[in-house]
Write a protein that binds this ligand. Sequence first.
Ligand code: MN3
Length: 201
Amino acid sequence: MSFTLAPLPYAHEALEPHIDTLTMQIHHGKHHQAYVDNLNKALSGTPNEGKTLAEIVAIAGSIGAPVRNNGGGHWNHTFFWESLAPNAGGTASGKLGDAITAAFGSFDAFKEKMAAAGMTRFGSGWAWLIVKDGKLEICSTPNQDNPLMDIAEVKGTPILGVDVWEHAYYLKYQNRRADYLAAFWNVVNWTKVTERFEAAH
Ligand code: MN3
């Protein structure tokens, strides 16, 4: 069995002007495709061939760097595309909205803390909103690691993630990671994040 790249759940231009068409074309069609291809290459002919992506992520610390990095890349990007949507953004409502207020004080304070996690991740990585022991937490990971990995510093179930690799924003925002992180809130698919919260909580 080998892994394949699913089409984006919306058109490449659907997230304009917040995330531009060319970035989406390259990010999904080139970067994500490369993670899938390199994951298949790294697994081919090894005892780990045939494992699911969830199984690979769970043992990332002992499976070797090529599988850890490309398996994480495949998992993280699949999760990221589903976290976004056109005509989205706004605020979380219902139980998730209440849980965010309870954990962080207010929705604005949550956004600030998530942006700070993205800004302070040196180099390439991800910022995450996770459910840990029934509560919401914010954390970040380097490279293509994620909080489901056995080697993660902070472990939990991700319900929202933001890619802070330069390839996610450089064409439109150049070095301005903060501007990209501010624009990100306009395309968050809170319906999807709420589904994940309800499944994890
Ligand atoms: Mn990326």
